[in-house]
Design a protein around this ligand. Structure first.
Ligand code: SF4
Length: 390
């Protein structure tokens, strides 16, 4: 039986391994293996995995590294993620990667893709622009075309045959990890006192760079060990954390918010490795790439970085709040993050209509002072407990 302390200690070591030693080890364990970095928030993990490439989410360096060189590339009014990502690259910490994928998340990541191509010419750098419409015929065909080109490109480098069978197997592998992530999320909603947010966060960050089946086994081992703690629930409110989908808050900030009187029972951290809709279903045409493209278009969870054609993001957030039994919402946005900050008014308008309390704060990935945020979260929790509103 693995103890919770042993699991958490391993997760911490993996999280602190900013030079990706664990990815290097995975590559060296087999021939022809690739590792491809993926910027938030869209990564076609199944396509990479089918091509023999480990998808590795690169979410900046957080507070684990001082950013010096990366700062020289950007103005002061740009979020922190591209700076620390460049710092990682310039220090050689991303040398284990064979390439980087830049989705069209925002102007900053689009710009970073160009900077990357000129600064790291040894990397394959691909810019992916997922369609911003749910109009199925042309959008699915376009996305299928883009993913197929990426698949063939990576297969040519790894020497793996780009077959439908391999892609179907990769879809099943990633879906198995999604099933384990669903179990983890359900366990946290049921017993947040046994599964604290900073541990669950470490576990989910491990999913950023682990083979899907290995991560699924680890997640199930963690849930079993965490439940054995048998802690008692404390008098805290339950909250959804919204807005931290790209640049990540420091782990200590998550811990501080919880200890101030909240259980964070749902969030959009680590977007890209969680299921955001029904799994791909290969149709009668036997075309798994078409199924993947359709699954992405049908993804049910709205996001600040996707065009919300039917203005359903606020209502989906209300549904999430209800589903996880949350008492309110914590909006946590990276400083200068246009997608997260511009999304807030349309979400809060709907929360107001449903009398769901919320509060908002900003952070940077290397924020070192949490006192103000701790006080704000604590006051929010007390207000909701006393008056049912913020
Ligand atoms: S934190 Fe926001 S602005 Fe910065 S790269 Fe991510 S989505 Fe773009």
């Amino acid at each position: 039986m693995t103890t919770i302390d042993a699991i958490v200690s391993d997760l911490e070591a993996r999280f602190d391994d900013v030079a990706l030693g664990h990815v290097r080890a995975w590559k060296q364990a087999g021939s022809g293996r690739l590792a491809i970095g993926c910027l938030p928030v869209f990564a076609p993990r199944e396509v990479l995995w089918a091509a023999g490439a480990l998808p590795v989410f690169v979410r900046g360096a957080g507070d684990r590294l001082e950013t010096i060189r990366g700062d020289a590339f950007y103005q002061s009014y740009i979020c922190h993620l591209p700076r620390s990502t460049l710092e990682l690259g310039l220090l050689g910490h991303l040398d284990a990667l064979d390439g980087m994928i830049f989705p069209n998340t925002c102007d900053v990541i689009r710009n970073l893709s160009g900077v990357w191509q000129t600064t790291f010419p040894q990397h394959v750098a691909r810019f992916i622009d997922p369609p911003q419409t749910a109009e199925p015929a042309s959008a699915a065909a376009y996305l299928r075309h883009e993913l197929t080109a990426l698949h063939h490109d990576l297969c040519a480098r790894s020497g793996v045959a780009p077959t439908a069978e391999r892609l179907i197997a990769a879809i099943a592998d990633v879906d198995a990890a999604h099933a384990a992530a669903d179990e983890l999320a359900a366990a946290r909603r049921a017993e947040p006192w046994n599964l604290p947010v900073d541990e669950v966060y470490l576990l989910r960050r491990a999913a950023d760079s682990m083979p899907p089946a290995a991560w699924a086994a680890l997640a199930r081992a963690y849930v079993a060990a965490a439940r054995r703690r048998g802690r008692k629930p404390e008098d805290r409110i339950r909250v959804c954390l919204v807005g931290a989908f790209c640049e990540q808050p420091p782990r200590a900030l998550l811990r501080a918010a919880e200890r101030a009187g909240c259980y964070i029972v749902d969030d959009d951290l680590t977007q890209g490795v969680e299921r955001c809709g029904p799994p791909p279903e290969v149709g009668d045409d036997g075309d798994p790439m078409a199924a993947l493209a359709l699954a992405w278009l049908r993804a049910t969870r709205p996001s600040a970085v996707r065009y919300d054609q039917h203005a359903r993001a606020g209502h989906e957030l209300v549904a999430r709040v209800r589903a996880c039994g949350a008492d309110g919402v914590l909006f946590a946005a990276p400083s200068f993050c246009d997608p997260a900050l511009l999304d807030q008014p349309r979400l809060t308008r709907v929360l107001d209509q449903h009398a769901i309390p919320y509060t908002a704060f900003k952070y940077a990935e290397n924020t070192g002072q949490f006192q103000a945020i701790r006080e704000q979260a604590g006051t929010f929790a007390d207000s909701v407990k006393l008056w049912g509103t913020a």
